[in-house]
Design a protein around this ligand. Sequence first.
Ligand code: FES
Length: 107
Amino acid sequence: MSVNKFIITIEDNAEVFTCPPGRNVLKAMEQLGRKGIPVGCRGGGCGVCRVQVLDQGGYRTGKMSREQVPVEDEEKGICLACKLFPEGDLHLKVLGKWRKQFLTGTV
Ligand code: FES
C-alpha cells in the first residue's frame, strides 16, 4: 500500500501537518494554513526557510542555493523547506534567519 501523506512535525512550536508525496514541505504548510517555517522566495534561493531534519524518515531535496546550504550543512540534514520533499514522516527544527521574530510573532 502506498503512503499518501507524510506527517511533518516542527519541533520549535509543536506544529504538526501533513504533506503528500511530491509536494514540498513549505507549500504543504502554507496550503494548510499552518505556521512555523518562515516563508521567503519559495524558490530555494533566500535561505529564510532553512530547517534541519532531526530524524531520517526519508526525504529528497530539489536544487538549493549552495550559499544557503553548504555541503557540510547538507550532510547534517540542513535544507530549505521549499525544496524539501518528504519520503517519510519528518521532525524539523527551524533555522532560518527570521526564526526568532517569527516564532514570537513579531514578523
Ligand atoms: S523560501 Fe527562499 S529558500 Fe525557501
